[in-house]
Design a binder for this molecule. Structure first.
Ligand code: ADP
Ligand code: MG
Length: 694
């Protein structure tokens, strides 16, 4: 395939603004534009005209069905397909797609979690078109991005609150930018770039591992002789089956209008990363959900299974999803861009300081939003960000802020020490030296939040970032409003920044975030270190969170409690599936394998001349077998007790502190057996097979 032809197809499956401009009567297009800029709302005739054009475009591009594509609280996406075809009054086939079908849908909502928001007698849920995110075609289905709400209008999805948070930050950021003297700025949009890590495993081997199939991670298995220590995978050459897979992923994503750029091997063997170019926050979250979908589907075509779990392999790097976040004005300026003279760039200083304050005030929410049961195996581990939230600013910006707080405003010059060596007169440099151990790093003109787990929707993280930032900006605006002269506004802003730096510098940390010293130091500074996901869930219903989210009308109190319930239940369900899977593996696979292995030794073991090796081997296998049997009995009994706990959060805590360690114990026994098992008998794929099979 020639490159030009690939790029010719870019965006061909998206009903983009360009397509709308071409296909809609001009007044209709204008109406839609006004809806986008919130100057107007969409009327019935305009909706009908857009639906008609959309249907024509979709049919020409091979679509037969349409669906309202939404993001229920399970964290993935959902769709219910309807075909365009229906009989007219004479029974003749007619292709129909009305404005009403475009704008509103009624999926069977009863199977989606609602945390009690939907009583059974009003089980209906409605989907409404999110016209700020473009419709697209996937698998011959026209997908219309929508929000999902209950009969009474409570949000049942992850998108409606995200859109509200985008509006909140737009209003708050625009307000303060205007106050700082830039009156022509009308809108500020959060923009996000999401890097996605994943593993690729040969499908045949994957099928043989019940744990991978049911839970997405290995519940047993230990490091192979050759692993990550060699570090030969990172940025190494990409194997050909993988590179063919990546080529197809790229082509598919380009057709969906997603600018995928980077692709490279990650730290662990069989681990890879893909990163599209940043775009508007809600679109970026949608696109990431599509990226995960396309990765999964394309993997199957190349006989791979794509693992999006946070920690598929114990002892190896886990996978994350870096959330690169910044704010962009409608005039195209990045509000976190330091410019040439950051010390004099008051707008930059205000936004930096507001962000620092926000992170220091809501670390628990950030920690919660970035997590799930899977991320517990990755956070705090030696190869990933710890569960303590801190910000890394880079030496240059950190020094600048510290100077401001101590009234020493003379800023250091940016270094260009590489120039003489390379003989170049200009080297574009990052403003940071990229501390990889920081969970929240300032990387030049954006904040990179690295705690987010690879399988998690990026929606909640961005809801938290947008809303907390809106709040701190508004607090500053209140203090700047009414000041007459711009120089006085600047002076006052600097004073406010100075106070923020003094009050909140404890959240700034540039050292090694993986070290034990940092855990001690963070404790001294009073920074929270919530070790497990389950313990972070209550942050959602803390008084200060309820205040924040209800003030900005992102969630009602009822919605927050519903979400709290769903997250607890979801955690418990994940653990239950893991426990059931492990029990099945032990009973139906490992114990029978051990039996077989011991059985083979019986003739020799019971003979009069039994070699010493056989005696010790038999005894060793027997001891593992007894051990495993005892541990699984224990898990069985303990889990029954935990399941009987009614309150879901209390159940979750027991799952984390009692059940997870028992599972780990069982894993140790299985791994002890795996290490000494006979190659002819032990038929389950090992880490070495799984990771080096590509
Ligand atoms: P890394 O070194 O962290 O792997 P990459 O270049 O692979 O960095 O990815 C960085 C991501 O950040 C990309 O998705 C990129 O589009 C995005 N990004 C770049 N600039 C901004 C910005 N100003 N705001 C938000 N995201 C950005
Ligand atoms: Mg990154």
């Amino acid at each position: 395939m020639k490159f030009e032809t690939v790029f010719d197809d870019f965006g061909s499956l998206v009903f983009s603004e360009k397509v709308m401009k071409e296909r809609l009567p001009y007044p209709v297009y204008e109406q839609w534009k006004q809806t986008m800029t919130k100057e107007n709302s969409l009327d019935r005739n305009t909706a009908d005209a857009i639906a008609h054009a959309m249907k024509g475009w979709a049919l020409e591009n091979g679509a037969t069905h349409f669906t309202h594509w939404f993001q229920p609280l399970t964290g993935s996406t959902a769709e219910k397909h309807d075909s365009f075809i229906e009989p007219d009054e004479n029974g003749e086939p007619l292709l129909r797609f009305s404005g009403k079908s475009l704008i509103k849908g009624e999926p069977d909502a009863s199977s989606f979690p609602s945390g009690g928001l939907r009583a059974t007698f009003e089980a209906r849920g409605y989907t409404y078109w999110d016209c700020s995110s473009p419709a697209f075609i996937k698998d011959n289905i026209l997908c219309i991005p929508t929000v999902f709400v209950s009969y009474h209008g409570e949000s049942l999805d992850k998108k409606a609150p995200l859109l509200k948070s985008i509006e909140a930050i737009d209003t708050a950021a625009t307000r303060i930018v205007n106050l700082l003297g830039e009156k022509d700025v009308k809108h500020v949009t959060p923009v996000v770039g999401l890097e996605q890590e994943y593993f690729l495993i040969d499908i045949e081997l994957y099928k043989k591992r019940l744990d991978l199939r049911f839970t997405g991670r290995t519940l047993f298995g230990s490091n192979s002789a050759k692993t990550q220590e060699l570090d030969d995978h990172y940025f190494g050459s990409i194997p050909s089956r993988v590179s063919d897979f990546m080529k197809e992923v790229n082509v598919e994503l380009w057709k969906l209008g997603i600018y995928v750029k980077a692709e490279h091997n990650e730290a662990a063997p069989a681990q890879f990363e893909l990163a599209p170019v940043f775009t508007n926050c809600n679109v970026a979250v949608d696109q990431n959900l599509l990226v995960m979908d396309i990765l999964n589907k394309t993997a199957r075509k190349y006989n791979f299974a794509c693992l999006l779990h946070e920690k598929p392999f114990a002892g190896l790097n886990g996978s994350g999803k870096h959330n690169n976040w910044s704010l962009c004005t409608d005039s195209g300026q990045n509000l976190f861009s330091p410019g040439d003279k950051p010390a004099e760039n008051i707008r930059f200083l205000v936004f930096m300081c507001a962000f620092i304050k926000a992170v220091d005030e809501y670390p628990e929410l950030l920690r919660m939003a970035a997590s799930n049961a899977g991320n517990d195996h990755r956070l705090g581990a030696n190869e990933a960000p710890p569960a303590i939230i801190s910000i890394y600013l880079g030496e240059y910006i950190e020094e600048l802020l510290m100077n401001i707080s101590s009234n020493n405003v003379k800023a250091k010059q940016k270094e260009t020490d590489l120039n003489p060596i390379l003989g170049l007169s200009y080297i574009p440099r990052d403003n940071t030296d990229r501390n990889r151990t920081s969970p929240m790093a300032f990387t030049g003109n954006k904040f990179e939040f690295r705690m987010l787990g690879s399988s998690i929707s990026a929606s909640t993280v961005n809801i938290v970032m947008n809303t907390m930032m809106a709040k701190t900006l508004d607090e500053l605006s209140v203090k700047l409003e009414g000041i007459k002269y711009i120089q006085d506004v600047r002076d006052k802003s600097l004073e406010l920044c100075k106070k923020i730096i003094i009050d909140h510098s404890r959240v700034i940390f540039s050292g090694d975030g993986y070290s034990n010293e940092w855990v001690m130091e963070a404790k001294k500074r009073g920074l929270p270190n919530i070790v497990s996901y389950i313990e972070s869930i209550p942050s959602l219903i803390e008084a200060k969170s309820i205040q924040l989210f209800t003030d900005y009308k992102i969630y009602t109190e009822k919605e927050l409690f519903a979400r709290y319930e769903i997250l607890n239940e979801d955690y418990n369900k994940t653990i239950e599936v893991e426990v059931r899977t492990l029990q099945q593996i032990v009973k139906r696979e490992i114990l029978p394998l051990l039996t077989k292995e011991m059985n083979e030794l019986i003739p020799l073991f019971t003979s009069n001349h039994c070699p010493k090796y056989i005696v010790s081997r038999f005894n060793e296998l027997e001891s593992i077998m007894n051990d495993l049997e005892a541990k699984q009995e224990m898990l069985h009994a303990s889990f029954d007790t935990v399941l009987s706990i009614q309150e879901s959060h209390a159940q979750g805590i027991e799952n984390y502190y009692k059940i997870a360690p028992l599972m780990k114990d069982i894993r140790n026994s299985i791994d002890a057996y795996e290490k000494i098992s006979s190659k002819d008998i032990y038929n389950l794929p090992l880490y070495g097979d799984l990771l080096f099979g590509n």
